[in-house]
Design a protein around this ligand. Structure first.
Ligand SMILES: [Zn+2]
Length: 353
Protein backbone atom coordinates (compact mmCIF):
# COMPACT_ATOMS: atom_id res chain seq x y z
CA UNK A 1 0.00 0.00 0.00
CA UNK A 2 2.67 2.43 1.01
CA UNK A 3 4.87 1.39 -1.90
CA UNK A 4 2.02 1.88 -4.41
CA UNK A 5 1.26 5.28 -3.02
CA UNK A 6 4.94 6.20 -3.33
CA UNK A 7 5.20 5.12 -6.99
CA UNK A 8 1.96 6.92 -7.81
CA UNK A 9 3.31 10.06 -6.28
CA UNK A 10 6.61 9.70 -8.01
CA UNK A 11 5.27 8.97 -11.51
CA UNK A 12 2.45 11.46 -11.03
CA UNK A 13 5.03 14.15 -10.45
CA UNK A 14 6.94 13.18 -13.57
CA UNK A 15 3.73 13.22 -15.62
CA UNK A 16 2.95 16.75 -14.50
CA UNK A 17 6.46 17.81 -15.51
CA UNK A 18 6.10 16.29 -18.97
CA UNK A 19 2.73 17.98 -19.49
CA UNK A 20 4.13 21.32 -18.37
CA UNK A 21 7.13 20.98 -20.70
CA UNK A 22 4.87 20.21 -23.66
CA UNK A 23 2.67 23.22 -22.90
CA UNK A 24 5.70 25.46 -22.59
CA UNK A 25 7.16 24.22 -25.88
CA UNK A 26 3.83 24.88 -27.55
CA UNK A 27 3.73 28.44 -26.25
CA UNK A 28 7.30 29.14 -27.35
CA UNK A 29 6.67 27.70 -30.79
CA UNK A 30 3.62 29.88 -31.35
CA UNK A 31 5.61 32.93 -30.21
CA UNK A 32 8.36 32.23 -32.74
CA UNK A 33 5.82 31.80 -35.53
CA UNK A 34 4.05 35.02 -34.51
CA UNK A 35 7.14 37.16 -34.73
CA UNK A 36 8.59 35.39 -37.74
CA UNK A 37 5.42 36.29 -39.64
CA UNK A 38 6.25 39.97 -39.33
CA UNK A 39 9.94 39.86 -40.19
CA UNK A 40 12.81 37.50 -40.90
CA UNK A 41 13.72 34.48 -38.81
CA UNK A 42 16.91 35.82 -37.32
CA UNK A 43 15.25 38.68 -35.51
CA UNK A 44 12.64 36.30 -34.18
CA UNK A 45 15.25 34.04 -32.64
CA UNK A 46 17.19 36.79 -30.97
CA UNK A 47 13.99 38.29 -29.58
CA UNK A 48 13.15 35.00 -27.98
CA UNK A 49 16.51 34.22 -26.52
CA UNK A 50 17.42 37.49 -24.94
CA UNK A 51 16.04 40.97 -25.22
CA UNK A 52 19.32 42.79 -25.11
CA UNK A 53 21.10 45.47 -27.03
CA UNK A 54 22.44 42.69 -29.22
CA UNK A 55 19.20 42.95 -31.17
CA UNK A 56 20.51 45.95 -33.04
CA UNK A 57 23.58 44.05 -34.01
CA UNK A 58 21.54 41.08 -35.14
CA UNK A 59 19.25 43.33 -37.17
CA UNK A 60 22.07 45.09 -38.91
CA UNK A 61 23.66 41.77 -39.69
CA UNK A 62 20.41 40.47 -41.11
CA UNK A 63 19.89 43.59 -43.20
CA UNK A 64 23.41 43.52 -44.55
CA UNK A 65 22.98 42.58 -48.22
CA UNK A 66 26.44 41.05 -48.36
CA UNK A 67 25.47 38.58 -45.65
CA UNK A 68 23.64 35.53 -47.02
CA UNK A 69 20.59 35.24 -44.78
CA UNK A 70 19.02 32.08 -46.17
CA UNK A 71 20.93 29.69 -43.85
CA UNK A 72 20.30 31.61 -40.70
CA UNK A 73 16.52 31.67 -40.86
CA UNK A 74 15.83 28.76 -38.53
CA UNK A 75 19.08 28.73 -36.60
CA UNK A 76 19.83 30.58 -33.39
CA UNK A 77 22.60 33.15 -33.68
CA UNK A 78 25.67 31.89 -31.87
CA UNK A 79 27.92 34.69 -30.73
CA UNK A 80 31.09 34.86 -28.67
CA UNK A 81 29.02 35.81 -25.68
CA UNK A 82 26.37 33.13 -26.08
CA UNK A 83 27.93 30.73 -23.60
CA UNK A 84 29.82 33.19 -21.45
CA UNK A 85 28.93 33.23 -17.77
CA UNK A 86 27.92 36.88 -18.00
CA UNK A 87 25.34 38.01 -15.50
CA UNK A 88 21.83 37.44 -16.72
CA UNK A 89 19.95 40.69 -16.19
CA UNK A 90 17.00 38.72 -14.86
CA UNK A 91 18.95 37.02 -12.10
CA UNK A 92 20.46 38.60 -8.98
CA UNK A 93 22.57 41.62 -9.71
CA UNK A 94 24.47 43.08 -6.78
CA UNK A 95 24.46 46.79 -6.10
CA UNK A 96 27.87 48.31 -6.60
CA UNK A 97 29.71 49.94 -3.70
CA UNK A 98 29.11 53.68 -3.49
CA UNK A 99 32.12 55.17 -1.78
CA UNK A 100 32.81 58.83 -1.50
CA UNK A 101 36.23 59.49 -0.08
CA UNK A 102 37.78 62.69 1.00
CA UNK A 103 41.14 63.39 -0.59
CA UNK A 104 43.99 65.32 0.90
CA UNK A 105 46.87 66.97 -0.90
CA UNK A 106 50.11 66.54 0.99
CA UNK A 107 51.62 69.82 2.14
CA UNK A 108 55.25 70.57 2.73
CA UNK A 109 56.33 69.32 6.14
CA UNK A 110 53.46 66.84 6.50
CA UNK A 111 54.14 63.46 8.04
CA UNK A 112 51.84 60.43 7.77
CA UNK A 113 51.24 60.55 11.51
CA UNK A 114 50.26 64.23 11.38
CA UNK A 115 47.89 63.66 8.47
CA UNK A 116 46.27 60.68 10.18
CA UNK A 117 45.82 62.68 13.36
CA UNK A 118 44.21 65.53 11.47
CA UNK A 119 41.54 63.18 10.10
CA UNK A 120 41.12 61.17 13.28
CA UNK A 121 42.36 57.92 11.77
CA UNK A 122 45.30 55.64 12.48
CA UNK A 123 48.46 56.09 10.34
CA UNK A 124 48.07 52.55 9.00
CA UNK A 125 44.71 53.59 7.53
CA UNK A 126 46.62 55.93 5.20
CA UNK A 127 48.15 52.76 3.83
CA UNK A 128 44.67 51.16 3.79
CA UNK A 129 43.50 53.75 1.28
CA UNK A 130 46.83 54.30 -0.50
CA UNK A 131 48.82 51.05 -0.77
CA UNK A 132 51.50 52.79 -2.87
CA UNK A 133 52.62 54.66 0.23
CA UNK A 134 54.53 51.62 1.46
CA UNK A 135 56.76 51.72 -1.60
CA UNK A 136 60.03 53.48 -1.05
CA UNK A 137 59.84 55.24 -4.41
CA UNK A 138 56.49 56.80 -3.54
CA UNK A 139 57.41 58.96 -0.65
CA UNK A 140 54.90 61.21 0.96
CA UNK A 141 55.83 64.12 -1.24
CA UNK A 142 54.20 67.51 -1.43
CA UNK A 143 51.21 67.64 -3.76
CA UNK A 144 50.67 63.87 -3.63
CA UNK A 145 46.94 63.25 -3.38
CA UNK A 146 45.86 60.80 -0.72
CA UNK A 147 42.56 59.00 -0.28
CA UNK A 148 41.35 59.49 3.28
CA UNK A 149 39.14 56.63 4.42
CA UNK A 150 36.31 57.76 6.70
CA UNK A 151 36.93 54.94 9.19
CA UNK A 152 39.98 52.89 10.11
CA UNK A 153 40.41 49.99 7.73
CA UNK A 154 41.52 49.33 4.19
CA UNK A 155 40.24 49.20 0.64
CA UNK A 156 40.16 45.72 -0.83
CA UNK A 157 40.23 45.29 -4.61
CA UNK A 158 37.66 42.60 -5.34
CA UNK A 159 39.12 39.93 -7.60
CA UNK A 160 36.97 37.49 -9.61
CA UNK A 161 35.95 34.65 -7.30
CA UNK A 162 36.40 36.61 -4.07
CA UNK A 163 33.77 35.80 -1.50
CA UNK A 164 32.81 37.86 1.51
CA UNK A 165 33.79 34.98 3.76
CA UNK A 166 37.30 34.76 2.27
CA UNK A 167 37.88 38.51 2.40
CA UNK A 168 36.77 38.65 6.04
CA UNK A 169 39.05 35.72 6.91
CA UNK A 170 41.98 37.24 5.01
CA UNK A 171 41.93 40.35 7.18
CA UNK A 172 40.74 38.70 10.38
CA UNK A 173 37.51 40.70 10.63
CA UNK A 174 33.91 39.52 10.76
CA UNK A 175 31.66 39.43 7.68
CA UNK A 176 29.11 41.45 9.64
CA UNK A 177 31.55 44.32 10.05
CA UNK A 178 32.05 44.52 6.28
CA UNK A 179 28.30 44.32 5.64
CA UNK A 180 27.59 46.93 8.31
CA UNK A 181 29.68 49.50 6.45
CA UNK A 182 26.77 50.97 4.47
CA UNK A 183 28.61 52.36 1.38
CA UNK A 184 29.77 48.81 0.56
CA UNK A 185 26.14 48.30 -0.54
CA UNK A 186 26.18 44.63 0.38
CA UNK A 187 22.83 42.94 0.59
CA UNK A 188 21.79 39.31 0.69
CA UNK A 189 23.26 37.05 -0.72
CA UNK A 190 26.31 39.34 -0.22
CA UNK A 191 28.05 38.66 -3.49
CA UNK A 192 31.11 40.74 -4.29
CA UNK A 193 31.41 42.38 -7.68
CA UNK A 194 34.86 42.00 -9.27
CA UNK A 195 36.73 45.18 -10.19
CA UNK A 196 35.10 47.13 -7.39
CA UNK A 197 36.56 48.01 -4.01
CA UNK A 198 35.04 47.28 -0.66
CA UNK A 199 36.10 48.92 2.57
CA UNK A 200 37.13 46.42 5.22
CA UNK A 201 36.68 48.23 8.56
CA UNK A 202 39.29 47.50 11.19
CA UNK A 203 41.64 45.71 8.78
CA UNK A 204 45.29 46.70 8.53
CA UNK A 205 47.31 46.37 5.35
CA UNK A 206 50.39 44.30 6.09
CA UNK A 207 53.72 45.64 4.98
CA UNK A 208 56.16 43.11 3.58
CA UNK A 209 59.36 42.93 5.64
CA UNK A 210 62.47 41.35 4.15
CA UNK A 211 64.63 39.39 6.59
CA UNK A 212 68.41 39.46 6.20
CA UNK A 213 70.48 36.28 6.66
CA UNK A 214 71.06 35.26 10.27
CA UNK A 215 74.46 35.97 11.78
CA UNK A 216 75.18 32.25 12.24
CA UNK A 217 74.71 31.58 8.50
CA UNK A 218 77.22 34.24 7.56
CA UNK A 219 79.77 33.13 10.13
CA UNK A 220 79.69 29.50 9.03
CA UNK A 221 80.38 30.62 5.45
CA UNK A 222 83.70 32.13 6.36
CA UNK A 223 86.75 29.94 6.72
CA UNK A 224 89.82 30.63 8.86
CA UNK A 225 89.13 29.06 12.23
CA UNK A 226 87.17 30.42 15.12
CA UNK A 227 85.80 33.87 14.55
CA UNK A 228 85.82 36.04 17.65
CA UNK A 229 82.34 37.16 18.59
CA UNK A 230 81.97 40.76 17.62
CA UNK A 231 79.55 42.70 19.65
CA UNK A 232 78.42 46.25 19.07
CA UNK A 233 78.79 48.98 21.65
CA UNK A 234 75.01 49.36 21.87
CA UNK A 235 75.33 53.00 20.86
CA UNK A 236 74.84 54.24 17.34
CA UNK A 237 76.41 56.99 15.27
CA UNK A 238 75.00 58.73 12.20
CA UNK A 239 75.76 56.72 9.05
CA UNK A 240 76.15 59.90 6.95
CA UNK A 241 76.91 63.56 7.46
CA UNK A 242 73.65 64.94 6.02
CA UNK A 243 70.61 65.64 8.21
CA UNK A 244 68.11 66.42 5.44
CA UNK A 245 65.19 64.10 6.19
CA UNK A 246 62.95 63.09 3.35
CA UNK A 247 60.89 60.57 5.30
CA UNK A 248 60.56 59.72 8.95
CA UNK A 249 59.55 56.47 10.60
CA UNK A 250 55.90 55.50 10.42
CA UNK A 251 53.79 52.37 9.96
CA UNK A 252 54.29 52.34 6.17
CA UNK A 253 58.03 53.13 6.34
CA UNK A 254 59.93 51.74 9.31
CA UNK A 255 63.15 53.57 8.68
CA UNK A 256 64.41 57.07 8.07
CA UNK A 257 65.33 58.49 4.69
CA UNK A 258 68.01 61.13 4.62
CA UNK A 259 68.91 62.96 1.43
CA UNK A 260 72.61 62.90 0.56
CA UNK A 261 74.53 63.64 -2.60
CA UNK A 262 75.37 60.61 -4.72
CA UNK A 263 78.62 59.07 -3.49
CA UNK A 264 78.59 60.50 0.04
CA UNK A 265 80.46 58.40 2.60
CA UNK A 266 78.41 55.89 4.57
CA UNK A 267 79.81 54.52 7.84
CA UNK A 268 78.82 51.65 10.11
CA UNK A 269 76.56 52.95 12.82
CA UNK A 270 78.04 50.47 15.30
CA UNK A 271 80.54 47.63 15.35
CA UNK A 272 79.34 44.32 13.93
CA UNK A 273 79.48 41.71 11.21
CA UNK A 274 78.22 42.32 7.67
CA UNK A 275 75.43 39.82 6.94
CA UNK A 276 74.37 41.19 3.57
CA UNK A 277 76.21 43.29 1.01
CA UNK A 278 74.84 43.46 -2.51
CA UNK A 279 71.80 43.97 -4.66
CA UNK A 280 68.48 43.42 -2.95
CA UNK A 281 65.47 42.76 -5.16
CA UNK A 282 62.91 43.96 -2.61
CA UNK A 283 63.36 47.62 -3.38
CA UNK A 284 66.42 48.35 -1.27
CA UNK A 285 68.73 48.41 -4.27
CA UNK A 286 72.37 48.11 -3.19
CA UNK A 287 72.13 47.23 0.47
CA UNK A 288 74.44 46.60 3.41
CA UNK A 289 73.17 44.93 6.58
CA UNK A 290 75.34 44.86 9.68
CA UNK A 291 74.49 42.50 12.53
CA UNK A 292 75.81 43.90 15.78
CA UNK A 293 75.77 40.61 17.67
CA UNK A 294 73.66 42.05 20.48
CA UNK A 295 70.18 41.78 18.93
CA UNK A 296 70.63 44.90 16.79
CA UNK A 297 70.92 45.05 13.01
CA UNK A 298 71.35 48.18 10.86
CA UNK A 299 70.42 48.60 7.19
CA UNK A 300 72.00 51.01 4.70
CA UNK A 301 70.04 51.07 1.43
CA UNK A 302 70.03 52.58 -2.09
CA UNK A 303 73.83 52.74 -2.10
CA UNK A 304 75.88 53.47 -5.20
CA UNK A 305 78.96 51.71 -3.87
CA UNK A 306 79.62 48.81 -1.48
CA UNK A 307 83.02 48.42 0.18
CA UNK A 308 82.40 45.41 2.41
CA UNK A 309 81.59 41.73 1.96
CA UNK A 310 79.34 39.39 3.94
CA UNK A 311 81.13 38.00 6.97
CA UNK A 312 83.40 41.01 7.29
CA UNK A 313 83.74 42.66 10.69
CA UNK A 314 83.27 46.42 10.68
CA UNK A 315 84.02 48.90 13.44
CA UNK A 316 81.73 51.76 14.46
CA UNK A 317 82.36 54.73 12.16
CA UNK A 318 84.18 52.63 9.54
CA UNK A 319 83.57 53.56 5.88
CA UNK A 320 81.38 50.82 4.32
CA UNK A 321 80.00 52.33 1.10
CA UNK A 322 78.68 55.32 -0.81
CA UNK A 323 75.15 56.72 -0.87
CA UNK A 324 73.20 56.51 -4.08
CA UNK A 325 69.86 56.23 -5.77
CA UNK A 326 69.47 52.50 -6.50
CA UNK A 327 66.38 50.32 -6.11
CA UNK A 328 63.00 51.91 -5.36
CA UNK A 329 64.40 55.34 -4.82
CA UNK A 330 63.33 58.78 -5.92
CA UNK A 331 66.49 60.79 -5.55
CA UNK A 332 69.87 60.21 -3.88
CA UNK A 333 69.29 59.38 -0.23
CA UNK A 334 70.08 56.76 2.37
CA UNK A 335 67.41 54.54 3.85
CA UNK A 336 68.56 53.68 7.34
CA UNK A 337 66.88 50.99 9.45
CA UNK A 338 67.55 49.79 12.96
CA UNK A 339 66.14 46.40 13.87
CA UNK A 340 66.01 45.16 17.43
CA UNK A 341 65.38 41.41 17.64
CA UNK A 342 64.20 41.59 14.03
CA UNK A 343 61.63 44.32 14.77
CA UNK A 344 62.01 47.55 12.90
CA UNK A 345 62.48 50.33 15.42
CA UNK A 346 62.49 54.06 14.89
CA UNK A 347 66.18 54.87 14.24
CA UNK A 348 65.59 58.23 15.89
CA UNK A 349 65.45 56.36 19.22
CA UNK A 350 69.13 55.57 18.76
CA UNK A 351 70.60 58.49 16.87
CA UNK A 352 69.34 61.96 17.68
CA UNK A 353 67.23 63.19 14.79
ZN1 LIG B 1 63.22 54.65 3.10
Amino acid sequence: MTYKWWTMQRHGGQLILIVLTLVLMGVMRSLIVDVADGSDGETAVSTNTNETADNDEADSLANDPSEPSTHTEELPVIKDTSFSPALNPYTFQPKLPEHSFQTYTVQRGDTPNKIAERFGIQPETLLGGNPFLSEESNLLQSNAELIILPVDGLLHDVAPGDTLEEVAAQYGVSEEEIIAYVPNNLEFPFRLQPETQILVPGAVREVFVWEPPALATVNSNTSGGIRPVVQGTGTFVWPIVSRVFTQFFWYGHRAIDVAAPEGAATVASDTGTVTFAGWNVYGYGNLIVVNHGNGFETFYAHLSGINVIPGQVVIQGQYIGATGNTGNSSGPHIHFEVRWNRNQDDPCFYISC
